[in-house]
Design a binder for this molecule. Structure first.
Ligand code: HEC
Ligand code: HEC
Length: 119
């Protein structure tokens, strides 16, 4: 009886560990994503195509070395990551608690690289 229980514990333990590794495998589809919550390449590509490029009026190569999307060699990508962090912060701390519509790059950039500073 005691032995069976030990076996069961061992099996549960193995199941837990392998599920953790399975989770890691899912995440490893993307190499250098620190702010956005995507884990799949197809999903992040869709977001980049449908939102980010249009919101700033640019192409992928504005932020990326298109031979290596995970590389951080372009200054625009570094700035964009901080902008994404800012947008996420505004949405979680201000917009959601107020029950208001989420902020996006478009709210400021409106299809331009440099938003207007004055009215
Ligand atoms: C305005 C800047 C910007 C533009 C334009 C842009 N991206 Fe990105 N992209 C980023 C940033 C920033 C990240 C990292 C996000 C993070 O760290 O959460 C990223 C991450 C990615 C990744 C994940 C790479 C990895 O494995 O780490 C892929 C793939 C990608 N972009 C594809 C594209 C494609 C395809 C386009 C054009 C349709 C595009 N991006 C346009 C800023 C941009
Ligand atoms: C609250 C307004 C606001 C939001 C939201 C915003 N930005 Fe910006 N962004 C700015 C301002 C202001 C500048 C500075 C422009 C300047 O100096 O002329 C800037 C500059 C940038 C630059 C640098 C351009 C350069 O020449 O170096 C990038 C890249 C950028 N933003 C990307 C993004 C992305 C991607 C998002 C969405 C995740 C975003 N921004 C959301 C206001 C915003």
């Amino acid at each position: 009886m005691v032995l069976k229980r030990k076996h069961l514990q061992l099996i549960l333990c193995i199941a837990l560990i392998s599920s953790i590794f399975a989770e890691d495998e899912k995440k490893s589809e993307l190499k250098n994503v620190q702010v956005l919550s995507y884990t799949k390449k197809a999903e992040i590509m869709k977001f980049m195509k449908k939102s980010v490029t249009k919101e700033l009026g640019v192409k992928c190569n504005y932020c990326h070395n298109i031979k290596d999307y995970a590389s951080d060699e372009k200054e625009q990508k570094i700035v964009s990551r901080e902008m994404m962090r800012m947008v996420k912060h505004i949405n979680t701390t201000t917009m959601k608690p107020l029950g208001l519509h989420e902020v996006s790059c478009w709210v400021c950039h409106q299809g331009k690289k440099h938003p207007d500073h004055k009215c």
